[in-house]
Structure formats: C-alpha cells, structure tokens
Design a protein around this ligand. Structure first.
Ligand SMILES: *Cc1c(COP(=O)(O)O)cnc(C)c1O
Length: 483
C-alpha cells in the first residue's frame, strides 16, 4: 500500500479554504526569520482519496473491532460505544481546565462520584485520578509510600516484588527511588510465604502484589500476607490493573491492602493503546490521603471544588487533573452496569478463561493447573520439542484470523502463552479460537515447516522488531528524483 505522500498530487484538495484576508503588507512585514523558506510539503489529496487511504490502513491493522484479541494482562475487551458518545458530549470536550469551578460543576461532579464508586470498589477511602496509566499509578503509589514513611521519620529502602508480578512493578520501584527485591513463587505459582516472612523487615517499605498474579492465579494466602507485612510496619500495595477478575468478589481495602491502582483503560472499558490515553486511578488508606497529588475534588456547601490545601502532598504528577475524558467513559460504564453488572463482568471473565484453559490443556502444556481467574498461561514446551517455537504459534494465529496472546511472559514459564479472553466474548468466538489453537497443535506435529513460515496472509510477514525499535524511522523521505 502506498503512503499518503506517494498518492499526493500537487494542487489536489479535500477542502476549500476561503481566500486569505491577511493583507499582503502584513505578511511582508514579518521578520524573515519567521518566514518559511520552502513550502511545507504536505500531502495533497482529494477527499475520497483521503477517506480510502485511512479506511484501507484500518483494515491492514488488527484491532478489537476486527476480531478476538486475547492478549494476556492487557484486557483487550470490547469497549461499548456509548462511552464514546458521553465522552464526546460538547459539555465535556469544550470546557477548559482553567475555568472557574462554579462553571464546571457537572465535570467536577463526575470526578467526585467516580471517586466514590472507586472507593466502594476498592474499599479504600481516598482516590486520585491524576495518574494516567497503570505504571504511572504504581510510581505515584510508591511516591506516596516514600512520603508516608518520611513523615514518620522512618528510613525504608526497598520494595518486595514476587517474580510473578507485572514487569512495570520493578520499573516503577526504581523510578521512585526504592530498591526492588525479588520473591520467588512456590510450586503452585503463588507467593512463597516463608520467603516473604524472611525478607519482610523494617527496611522494606512496600510489598507489591499483583493479584491475580501474571499466571492468572488468585493469591489465596492473603490473610497471612497482610499480617506479615503489617507486623513489620510495611504497606501492602495491590497492582489492581486486572481488577476485572475481582469486581464485587474481593474488596482490597477489607482484605488489608493499603494502596491500590486501577487501570480504567482495562477494567473500566476506556480504550487503550492506540485507542486513547489511559487512566490509572489510585485509591489509598486514610492516613496516606494527606500525601495524594493535588488537587482533590471535594463537595462543599456551595458545590464541588478543587482542594489544593494539602501541605504534605507529593505535588502534581500530571498536568491539571488527569485524563478527564477517560473518567467520563469509565463513569458511563459503571452507571450502565451497576453493582450486580460489575460482578457479572468478573464472573464472565473468569468463566471464559477457564473454558479456554480446560479446552486447550490437552494440546498444550498447562504448568499451573488450579482454576484460573481472568487469564491463564500455557507453555509451548511440547511444540518446542518438535522444533516449533511459541513465536511460530503466535504468528500462525494471525493467519487464522486471531491476534496472538501475550508470549514469553511471565518469565517464569518457558515458551509462555498468556491468554486473556476477557468477558466480552461469546462462546462461538471462544470456540473458534479453540479450533485454531488445536489446528496449530496438529500442524506442529504434521507440518512444522508451515508454522515457521507463518504468517503468510498478513500485509507484512515477520518483522525485524529489534531493528524497528533501534532504527526508528518516523519521517517520510520524499523521493525527489520522481518529482
Ligand atoms: C497493564 C498492567 C500494568 C501497567 O499498566 P499500563 O497502563 O500499561 O502502564 C501493570 N500491572 C498489570 C498487572 C498490568 O496488567
């Protein structure tokens, strides 16, 4: 397919602008350093060419509106279109962040009410929506932990992280100035309690737990974990990015978690990746509230207002108030579902994952056999013995019309295939995916060479991902010879 620059023809237009009414002398009087020396080379195409170009591009890409997207840990679920309707209302898109609070009461009300809902879901009283991604929420949460311990005059240096946690956890730990220390998992894929007990001391600030962990398993020893961490004065952090497995089932605050981040762009159906900016809401225990980023939306006698009066606040971690438009979408989703509906979300995400797991466990190695939560991890180790790599399996899935699952993660499973169907898929879609996976398992036995050549039906074959990252080319180079 040609780039839009290549279909460009001088003088062709999709849009007719009125004649410029800026007087010629004014243009002449501009200092020359502000004047463009050569005309800006923008592509020139007609409206129909522009529309066809973008429509064709959208069909080259794989996306959630094209098909099943079982990318583990990423929760690529279908996001209802009504979220876009409400998020796009002019009353929300045409306001300015510096408007006086009295003129944006509706927007503040949404932020406040969404905070109350998140507080109910997490069981923690204070919420900030300033972080704009999961990892941003983690970093902010750890900055809060740092401020909390400093205020108590305690010098704690490290954060304990199980080897089954999400990769952003150690990264956020380093960014916020702590040392990360790894905990190994036991043979059932859960936190090794003895090791936790041994490593948890007064130098440890936070124990950061991803639950369900990246094996898709529920950490069941929570009471012991809470006791061990709190006995040494540490804080228990829940990476709640994948809360779509726990809604209405586990209340983190009641269990004893002190800080939780949520991914609005996963659990609460706001788009992510190329589809839109994220939202990484953060909920904390009451004695950590004084350190939250400012401002906090409050309700007073004369309406909603932005409270900056937090002298111990860590400050701001994003411009203004976070990604407001994303909050409107999450709020819409919550209002649509209500508390019963939210629990159904989790029940469906769990049953879908277990249906896939049980259907595929004879064809692929299943290293951890207990019931899964919203996702599960297979290993391509059987196929590897036949000379077929997990990468080949993933590429072949593209030929069969599916996005590949997350592969080679978590690191503790060899040839990992991390599969998350999400709650928005029908049984027919799941069955079609199961057939494709079974077909690939057969092909690994009968025609392994075909798998190594996959994909053959996609617009591009295997890309050199390392080269793409190292030698990034984001600028079109005009082919001057052909002009
Ligand atoms: C996705 C994810 C994150 C990171 O979220 P981003 O919004 O991508 O920064 C953190 N933890 C877990 C468990 C996740 O699945």
């Amino acid at each position: 397919m040609k780039t839009i620059f290549e279909i460009s023809k001088p003088g062709r237009k999709a849009y007719t602008l009125p004649q410029s009414d800026v007087p010629g002398e004014l243009m002449e009087s501009l200092p020359s350093r502000f004047k463009r020396e050569n005309p800006l080379r923008l592509p020139e195409v007609s409206e129909v060419d522009a529309v066809r170009h973008w429509t064709n591009l959208s069909q080259l890409n794989y996306h959630i509106e094209k098909g099943f997207y079982p990318l583990g840990s990423c929760t690529m679920k279908y996001n209802p279109k009504i979220n876009e309707e409400t998020g796009g209302l002019p009353g929300f898109t045409e306001i300015h962040p510096l408007q006086p609070a009295s003129s944006v009461q509706g927007a503040l009300e949404i932020m406040h009410k969404l905070g109350q809902m998140m507080s109910e879901i997490t069981g923690l009283p204070s919420v900030s929506f300033q972080p704009v991604a999961g990892a941003h929420g983690e970093t902010t949460g750890l900055m809060l932990a740092r401020a909390y311990f400093e205020s108590k005059g305690e010098n704690r240096e490290s954060v304990l992280i199980p080897d089954s946690s999400h990769g952003t956890n150690p990264a956020s730990t380093t960014l916020s100035g702590f040392k990360s220390e790894k905990l190994s998992s036991n043979e059932r894929g859960l936190v090794n309690i003895d090791e936790l007990e041994e490593k948890m001391d007064e130098k440890v600030a936070v124990f950061m737990l991803t639950n369900p962990n990246t094996l898709g398993l529920f950490e069941s020893n929570l009471k012991r974990i809470v006791d061990i961490v709190h006995k040494k004065g540490g804080l228990l952090y829940l990476d709640g990015a994948n809360l779509n497995a726990l809604l209405g089932i586990m209340n983190p605050g009641k269990v004893g978690f002190d800080i939780v981040h949520l991914n609005l762009h996963k659990t609460f159906s706001t788009p992510h990746g190329g589809g839109g900016p994220g939202g990484g809401g953060l909920a904390v225990r009451d004695d950590i509230e004084p350190f939250l980023p400012v401002p906090i939306v409050k309700k007073g006698d004369s309406g909603y207002y932005l409270d900056y009066n937090y002298p111990h606040s860590i400050g701001k971690i994003h411009s203004f108030y976070g990604n407001f438009n994303v909050l409107v979408k999450a709020y819409t989703y919550l209002l649509m579902l209500g508390s019963k509906g939210l629990r159904r979300v989790s029940e469906n995400s769990i049953i879908n994952a277990n249906y896939l797991k049980e259907s595929l466990k004879d064809d692929y190695e299943l290293p951890y056999k207990q019931p899964a939560m919203h996702e599960f991890v297979l290993s391509g180790s059987k196929q590897r013995k036949l000379g077929v790599k997990t990468l080949d399996i993933a590429k072949r899935l593209l030929d069969l019309g599916f996005h590949a699952p997350t592969i080679y993660f978590p690191l503790i499973v060899t040839e990992a295939l991390m599969i998350e169907p999400t709650e928005t898929e029908s049984k027919e879609t799941l069955d079609a995916f199961i057939s494709a996976m079974k077909r690939i398992a057969d092909e690994a036995v009968n025609e392994p060479e075909a798998l190594k050549n996959a994909p053959v039906t996609t617009p591009v074959r295997r890309l050199d991902e390392v080269k793409a990252a190292r030698e990034l080319k984001v600028r079109h180079t005009w082919d001057t010879e052909n002009e």
